[in-house]
Design a binder for this molecule. Structure first.
Ligand code: SAM
Length: 231
């Protein structure tokens, strides 16, 4: 089982995705576990009214040193959150080999199928730190030797969707998560065109037909055709 730990200031933002379909089943079958940590609970002033809208929760951001627009996520609440997940009681405790700590950034290492397979194989616990605002105080990456990961060359509002992308993709690699009818594309090839009933689809006076080979019943030919189409 892989346990994903997400540290975020929006602890409910991923609830619906995690409580439907294959990921719901994977959690129920104890193949994966997803734990969500509200970063504000690790803030020093968690009992103060930091902002009128945040009521009893604390601040986790501050202005950047050197000036500039926006806010930066402070190191201390993040350090406390990660340390509590790692159960680091004192500074001498070590990060376990089977734990991976990931930070997100649009310019981090591009996440791909190879990283997904490798993470699924190597790690039992994956800590995903979802950044917001202008990003995270750079010392967090250094302290925990975290890997900075990007899910693509564009800028999102925060790291929660990237965290979800990793969870979805890595979970597919965990044995038993996909049912037999949802087998891994890695084994079948990617981008193979798929067709289902009816044989002919009509749109604006034109007929769109299923390739004949798929109706032939000749499994060898179908396999060859699919191989040829696979990207
Ligand atoms: N100012 C930051 C920079 O120059 O890298 C961008 C901050 S972005 C608005 C807020 C957060 O969203 C980032 O800290 C990161 O956690 C996440 N994020 C945005 N785009 C991402 C991407 N393409 N891949 C992974 N994470 C991303």
């Amino acid at each position: 089982m892989i346990t994903f730990h997400i540290i975020t200031i929006f602890p409910h933002i991923l609830d619906s995705y995690l409580s439907e379909s294959i990921l719901k089943r994977a959690q129920k079958n104890k193949l994966i576990k997803v734990k969500i940590y509200d970063l504000r609970k690790f803030s020093k002033d968690k009992h103060k009214k930091a902002r009128p809208t945040e009521q009893s929760f604390g601040r986790v951001d501050a202005k950047p040193y050197g000036g500039g627009p926006g806010m930066v996520m402070q190191a201390e609440p993040l350090i406390k959150a990660v340390a509590s997940i790692l159960k680091i009681k004192n500074q001498k405790s070590k990060i376990k080999n089977k734990t991976k700590i990931i930070l997100f950034s649009p310019v981090g290492k591009q996440f791909d199928s190879a990283s997904s397979r490798s993470f699924a194989k190597k790690y039992k616990d994956i800590i995903l730190i979802a950044g917001r605002y202008e990003g995270i105080d750079a010392r967090v990456k250094k302290i925990f030797k975290a890997e900075e990961v990007s899910i693509g060359p564009y800028v999102l509002m925060g790291g929660e969707l990237p965290a979800m992308v990793l969870i979805d993709s890595i979970s597919r690699q965990v044995k038993g998560v996909l049912g037999s009818e949802e087998s891994l594309e890695d084994e079948r090839g990617l981008g193979i065109p798929a067709y289902t009933r009816p044989e002919t689809v009509r749109y604006k006076d034109k007929n769109y037909k299923v390739p004949k080979v798929l109706l032939s019943g000749d499994h060898k030919k179908i396999e060859e055709w699919r191989k040829g189409q696979s990207k």
